[in-house]
Design a protein around this ligand. Structure first.
Ligand code: FAD
Length: 494
């Protein structure tokens, strides 16, 4: 069988890849060796930037908003037990600087991964993605024209031929290993055991603390849906022992506790040294394994990877852009992963099990979520002198950064203007004419100052909502200037 893009892995990154590709109208097939999502959720905290990407594809309304108050990180406390004495408090994700600026039309999402992934999968299917669960990729090869994979579901192995392959096959990534792509970073840190259980403990969450480092037991947190997870040191536990650990962590043994499942986790920090090789792209944990112990980058960064990649693959597959556009995936996303790696170890995890924070400048959460800078051939005017991330009001519409949010009418943000196709944001008839000639959509907005433009300026925004180029004023020949910028940034074929 033939498809345009074959995605391997239906974790949060692969499923999002199938969803975003299908939304761009790209024929996509996904294979996942398991029948469904892991019954033991991992991530639960999704950022407002992830919320924006899901809003773009029409999913936002169905997602429960995070309970984290603006400006606050997720609070973590060291304690004798959940009900017992509480000692010093730290933050899992440090609080962002409190600012009057509203950064996003979206909210963070509080949803356990085993609930999030099926929603993404359903939406991807609804948009036409061909999702094959219980189907394992056995082997693959690539040549100048495409990728050939042998996969196996219930029956005999069969072949899938695709133009491109996305390896979202997790941190052990058989595809990355087969390609011989090395990784850099802190490496293996430790192994943890966990027990997932259900217990009526909501009353202990009222003061907003959601994570508990319980002296002498382990780390306790909740998925916010009645399920809790207790992380323990790595050894075998039988059920009575697990119950005893749970009761010890809670500090009460008079509650009904249902053990759901257990887990064993290798906590590793590593970033692949290449995010693509030929027609194969790494995404999610396969590209970067970012430990969850200090801030929640892993799942969110994986979703952002494939949002970055999907429009580029769509543009190349439909002939609008030259394949060189795909080189910008590594150029843009690998530095973000390396920055996240640095920020994880610059943060204090409350008990610093894997060492004290490293001496690197701590970047504000709002800067990490809304203000990373892309430097690549798909951006014009993002020089090496610029910092890797800062808050949107400091960027002021800088090319390479996410186009800023401002409401253009009730319920409609500038962020909602972007998603499919290139957009020119301006408020001048000559730019409107220039956009028509260049074949990009023109969006007239009045709040050009947040894009760092004069009232005669214009910004060219990519389908992923990042600014590719801007002209602060009206040049002598706006049509020629736009045409040149668009052709260069989009690796245009016209
Ligand atoms: C305890 C814990 C808590 C976490 N909490 C957070 C958090 O709050 N926020 C956050 O952002 N991140 C968090 N993370 C990190 C986050 O869970 C991961 O970054 C994320 O799950 C990675 O998703 P993925 O799709 O890249 O990989 P995975 O979820 O590992 O998916 C890879 C998939 O590929 C499949 N696969 C592999 N090989 C093949 C093959 N040959 N054929 C077919 N299928 C194959 C696997 O079966 C698997 O389903 C946490 C991680 C842990 C361990």
């Amino acid at each position: 069988m033939k498809t345009s893009v074959l995605v391997v892995g239906s974790g949060v990154a692969g499923t999002s890849a199938a969803l975003f590709l299908a939304w761009h109208g790209v024929p996509v097939t996904l294979v996942e060796k398991h029948p469904g999502s892991s019954p033991h959720p991992r991530a639960v905290g999704f950022t407002a930037r992830t919320g924006e990407l899901l809003r773009a594809v029409g999913l936002e309304g169905e997602l429960p908003p995070s309970r984290v108050t603006k400006g606050f990180g997720i609070r973590r406390v060291r304690c004798a037990s959940l009900v017992g004495e509480r000692f010093e408090e730290t933050f899992w994700s440090p609080p962002a600087e409190v600012s009057d600026v509203e950064y996003s039309p979206s909210k963070g999402v509080a949803l356990a991964q085993d609930r999030m992934e099926p929603m993404l999968r359903d939406k991807a299917r609804e948009l036409g993605a061909d999702i094959r669960m219980s189907t394992r990729m056995l082997e693959f090869s690539q040549d100048d024209d495409g990728v050939t994979a042998i996969v196996q579901g219930d029956g005999e192995p069969y072949e899938i031929r695709a133009d491109y392959l996305i390896a979202a096959d997790g941190h052990r990534s058989p595809v990355r290993e087969a390609l011989g792509i090395t990784r850099s970073g802190r490496g293996y840190m430790h192994t943890s055991r966990s027990v997932l259980f259900r217990a009526p403990l909501e009353e202990y969450l009222k003061d907003g603390v959601g994570q508990f480092v319980v002296d002498g037991v382990g780390f306790l947190t909740t998925y916010g849906d009645g399920r809790w997870v207790l992380m323990l040191e790595d050894r075998e536990y039988d059920e009575p022992e697990l119950r005893q650990k749970i009761f010890q962590a809670i500090g009460r043994d008079d509650l009904e506790v249902e053990i759901i499942t257990t887990g064993r986790w290798t906590i590793t920090a590593a970033v692949a040294d290449e995010f693509s090789r030929g027609r194969i792209f790494l995404a999610g944990d396969s590209a970067h394994t970012l430990p969850p112990s200090r801030g929640g980058f892993g799942a969110n960064v994986g979703i952002e990877d494939v949002y970055n990649l999907a429009w580029k693959l769509a543009a190349v597959l439909n002939g609008e852009s030259r394949p060189s556009l795909l080189d910008t995936y590594d150029a843009e996303r690998r530095p973000v992963a390396l920055l996240c790696h640095q920020q994880i170890f610059a943060r204090n995890d409350g008990h610093n099990r894997d060492g004290e924070p490293e001496d690197a400048p701590l970047i504000d959460n709002n800067a990490m979520h809304y203000g990373v800078l892309y430097r690549s051939d798909a951006v014009l005017g993002a020089g090496p002198e610029l910092p890797p991330a800062q808050v949107p009001e400091l960027w002021n519409g800088q090319p390479g950064t996410r186009a800023p949010h401002v409401w253009i009418e009730p319920g409609r943000s500038t962020v909602d203007l972007f998603g499919r196709g290139w957009v020119l944001v301006a408020d001048h008839p000559q730019w409107e004419e220039a956009a028509a000639r260049a074949g990009v959509r023109y969006e007239r907005i009045e709040q050009l100052d947040v894009f760092g433009l004069s009232e005669k300026g214009a910004s060219l925004v990519r389908p992923d909502g990042h600014v590719a180029w801007r002209s602060v004023d009206l040049p002598d020949d706006p049509a020629a200037a736009l045409e040149a910028a668009f052709s260069s940034a989009s690796a245009g074929t016209r």
